[in-house]
Design a protein around this ligand. Structure first.
Ligand SMILES: [Zn+2]
Length: 69
């Protein structure tokens, strides 16, 4: 009888939680703990360590498909 093997590939160990910039809240940088951000159109960049995180816009709940003209 062979013992049952555990498939560790099924465990979500590598992917942590996704950090998103919330414009309605104070955001703490996951890299340096700072709270000064350079907010762009789709990304916010930490003013201290340049960590960039995507914006979470409360106005657009879904991802809009860009037209290819
Ligand atoms: Zn930072």
């Amino acid at each position: 009888m062979t013992p049952p093997r555990t498939d560790y590939r099924a465990l979500p160990g590598e992917r942590g939680h996704v950090v998103l910039y919330r414009q309605t809240e104070t955001n703490t940088c996951p890299g340096c703990g700072g709270s000064n951000w350079l907010v762009g159109r789709i990304m916010a960049e930490c003013a201290r360590c340049q960590t960039a995180i995507p914006l979470m816009s409360p106005l657009t709940p879904g991802i809009t498909t860009e037209g290819n003209h």
